[in-house]
Design a protein around this ligand. Structure first.
Ligand code: ATP
Ligand code: MG
Length: 252
């Protein structure tokens, strides 16, 4: 379908096209479309822009990734379909390993995700030969790479399921997530929750990483000042303020 770029919902329509295409190619599962719909609804409430709390969280996440001994970015089908190039750029900027790691696991789909990321310029992508398990999860959901997620000290898990995020926390890792729903379990238990669209977030992460690299004092300050609970409260306040403003709008 050809979408004119003057369309007011251009970005949103393009994202839908990319995901539908992803389903056809076997990159995205149908459940991924539903998860995207939940994300879209929150993005609509937020205003489809990167709000101040999201920018602060992006800075903190970039700081954690730069500081990490072994940072890993986990990529699922939706992320690969929506922003493979930007994810690879972000991984390069922070020096992170990329691992294809999916909730509805089939080897064929992992292979597709790895292929997409390599086409986007990734040198190495883990995930095809999982040789370790995330503790406390059943077999397919727990599979991961020993030199990837399993041994990471800091993991970025965009669009993650709550149970898996919890299990990663349980292994003592610093968990960073990108999730448009500030109320999801993943959002609540992560150390840094970026409430932003993954498509807007990945370029910001790359930008902040190049800005912060080498500036240890600033990274220290950002990490010590960041408070995830407070940040999520700011996001909810932003949504509440927008809705309160709309109350005075007439719909007839
Ligand atoms: P939890 O298990 O953490 O409570 P959930 O069950 O609501 O989460 P999942 O389907 O497990 O959700 O994960 C998908 C999450 O990703 C949703 O919270 C959704 O809001 C979010 N999401 C979907 N698309 C995007 C996107 N493009 N950018 C950022 N977040 C997104
Ligand atoms: Mg879930």
């Amino acid at each position: 379908m050809k979408i004119p770029n003057s369309h007011p919902r251009y970005d949103s329509l393009m994202a839908r096209e990319a995901l539908v295409e992803g389903v056809k190619e076997g990159l995205v599962v149908r459940q991924g479309l539903i998860a995207h719909g939940r994300g879209e609804a929150f993005d609509y409430l937020i205003g489809e822009v990167s709000i101040e709390p999201a920018v602060e969280a992006e800075c903190a996440a970039a700081g954690h990734l730069l500081r990490a001994r072994h940072p890993v970015i986990s990529v699922n089908g939706n992320v690969a379909a929506l922003c493979a190039n930007e994810t690879v750029e972000a991984a390069k900027a922070v020096g992170a390993t990329i691992e294809a790691n999916i909730f509805h696991r089939t080897e064929q789909r992992v292979r597709k995700i790895v292929g997409r990321l390599k086409n986007a310029g990734a040198k190495e992508v883990l995930g095809l030969d999982p040789d370790a398990r995330i503790e406390g999860l059943d077999h397919p959901r727990g599979l991961c790479a020993k030199n990837g997620i399993y041994s990471a000290d800091v993991v970025l898990v965009p669009l993650e399921d709550g149970d898996r995020a919890q299990a990663l926390k349980g292994m003592g890792k610093v968990v960073l997530t990108i999730d448009l729903n500030p109320l999801s379990r993943t959002s609540r238990i992560s150390d840094v929750t970026i409430v932003d669209n993954v498509t807007r977030c990945m370029p910001s992460l790359a930008r902040f990483a190049s800005e912060l690299r080498g500036d240890d004092e600033r990274i220290d300050r950002i990490l010590s000042e960041f408070d995830n609970k407070k940040n999520l409260t700011e996001v909810l306040k932003h949504i509440a303020r927008r809705l309160a403003k709309l109350e005075s709008v007439s719909f007839d």
